[in-house]
Design a protein around this ligand. Structure first.
Ligand SMILES: Nc1ncnc2c1ncn2[C@@H]1O[C@H](COP(=O)(O)OP(=O)(O)OP(=O)(O)O)[C@@H](O)[C@H]1O
Ligand SMILES: [Mg+2]
Length: 102
């Protein structure tokens, strides 16, 4: 997945210390045998806007589905305010404050 220069620091988590609002650590998500996202790491701090940019099929939707618990990652972690959410059902994740708007 490609990134713009402005958000590279956010995606690599290099810029800030402390607990991120949202963090993905080395996330791998599959559809059956299809390895759709391969080790995605990103960090969103409180009040920050991060944009995912990538070609068709790069894994943007799968990343969002993994954050929302619609797909469970086979490997890696998703954390909301430092708490793991990657094994919670989607309705619990919504209750914790994550939603998607088209
Ligand atoms: N339901 C599915 N079953 C099998 N493979 C899938 C499924 N959905 C997506 N994929 C595959 O997972 C990979 C990532 O797809 P994804 O839809 O996340 O990409 P995307 O960046 O959102 O693409 P687009 O820009 O077209 O919306 C692609 O190789 C795609 O073919
Ligand atoms: Mg998509």
């Amino acid at each position: 997945m490609s990134t713009t220069p402005a958000n590279v620091a956010s995606l690599t988590g290099e810029r800030k210390n402390g607990v991120a609002a949202l963090e993905l650590r080395n996330v791998h998500t599959f559809y059956g045998h299809i390895h759709a996202i391969k080790g995605v790491s990103l960090r969103v701090d409180q009040g920050e806007i991060v944009t995912l940019i990538g070609a068709n099929g790069a894994g943007k939707t799968t990343t969002l589905r993994t954050i929302s618990g619609i797909q469970q990652p086979r490997e890696g972690q998703v954390l909301l305010n430092g708490q793991r959410i990657d094994r919670l059902p989607p309705h619990r994740i919504v209750e914790m404050g994550i939603c998607q708007s088209p």
